[in-house]
Design a binder for this molecule. Sequence first.
Ligand code: FES
Length: 197
Amino acid sequence: MAQETHLNKKASESEIPASFVYEGMPEEKADEKKIRGNKFSELDQYINLYTKEPGQLIIILQKAQDIFGYLPEKVQAYIAEKTGTPVSEVNGVVTFYSLFSTEPRGKYTLDICMGTACYIKGAQELMNTLKDQLQIDAGETTPDNFFTVKSTRCIGACGLAPVLVVNGKVHRNANSGQITKIIKQYRKGEDGENKKH
Ligand code: FES
C-alpha cells in the first residue's frame, strides 16, 4: 500500500529538534539510544501525515503509544511542539482517555469497566480476582511485563456488563470464575486474536 510505504520511510536525524533528541542515561548503550532516536523518527512520519488534517491529535497519540508502548512526558512534549498544540492540551487528552497510559504497560492490558452497570453486576469482584491472581494492584504491571491491570470508565457496552477488555477485545458477562481461564488463554496465546501478536 502506498501509504504504508510512506510511513515506513525513516526521517533523517536532522528532522528531530536537538532539544528532543533522547540523550539517554549514562549507562545506556549506544544501540539503545539509536533505537530511541529511531522511534522519534518513526513518530515524525505520522505527525507529518496527520497534522495536515485538523483534529488528529488522538490518532497521533495512538500512533505514539504504539511506537513507544506508553506516553511519557517527553513524548507528550515532543508531540505538542511538533503539532503546535499546548502541552497542557496534549496532557489533558492523554489523561482523559483510559486507552492512553503514561506508564510502561505489559503486553496485554486488562481493563475492568467500573461504570455503573458493570459495577452493579460485580466489576469490583472481578477486579479483586484479577489483583489476587496476578498479585498486582490496579495500574500496575506484572514483573514479567505480560499483564497490566487497569480500571476504566463506561465503554458504552452496558448491555454486556460486566465487561473485561483485553487490548481492546471485549469479554462480555465476565465473572470471577472465568478470570483464571482468560488469563491462561492469553498467557498461552490460545486466543485467536493473540496469535497475531
Ligand atoms: S458501565 Fe460498563 S460498559 Fe457501561
